[in-house]
Design a protein around this ligand. Structure first.
Ligand code: HEC
Length: 168
């Protein structure tokens, strides 16, 4: 019993230490903020074929497109619904929005982790500016109707302009 008690004390100390570090870097890549996403897209971002699309390398490629960052912020804030194709596989799912449960800083941190950490070749994202809380707020307040369909509409425009092989 004593041993178990010590274990919990140590575990809690460790949890506090992790939390402190994260609050200092809340707008930079945070795997804590990404934990919400990992539930569906998995810790390494490869997703589950046919269920949850891969975002590893893919979000990085999208972030490099004109208006791509705003699309990513819209997806994470308001969700995404409708048929999409990712990695030559169709998906017809619903991703819930996170505005509310996640602060703008958390959304920026989750996106920074997704784009800058879940990418095999980091040189491909070297020229992309990190997401900031202000940028997330701006996209959220510019979006008149924030729903999973809003992101689906923006996605259709992106696909029309750039195709949907992300990455090529
Ligand atoms: C409950 C499961 C779930 C969670 C949690 C979730 N997603 Fe998703 N995500 C999905 C599904 C399902 C889709 C595809 C929706 C569709 O078929 O229209 C998707 C789509 C996406 C896309 C669009 C990919 C493309 O090709 O356009 C991105 C980017 C994304 N998610 C990132 C994230 C990030 C970042 C988080 C965490 C903040 C997250 N998701 C949390 C289920 C989830």
């Amino acid at each position: 019993m004593k041993r178990l008690g010590l274990f919990w004390v140590l575990a809690m100390l460790q949890a506090c230490a992790v939390e402190n570090v994260d609050s200092e870097v809340s707008e930079t890549a945070s795997s804590d903020a990404y934990a919400t996403c990992a539930a569906c897209h998995l810790a390494n971002g490869v997703g589950i074929p046919g269920g949850f699309p891969p975002i590893r390398n893919r979000a990085a490629a999208i972030a490099g497109l004109e208006d791509g960052k705003a699309y990513l912020i819209t997806v994470v804030s308001f969700g995404l619904m409708g048929q999409i194709e990712a990695g030559n596989m169709p998906y017809f799912g619903v991703m819930p929005g996170n505005k509310g449960p996640m602060s703008v800083a958390d959304i920026a941190a989750a996106l920074n982790y997704t784009v800058f950490e879940l990418v095999d070749d980091k040189s491909t994202v070297a020229s992309i500016d990190p997401f900031t809380a202000d940028e997330v707020s701006a996209v959220q307040s510019n979006t008149s109707v924030g729903s999973p369909n809003t992101a689906a509409m923006i996605r259709r425009e992106l696909v029309a302009r750039h195709g949907d092989k992300w990455p090529e």
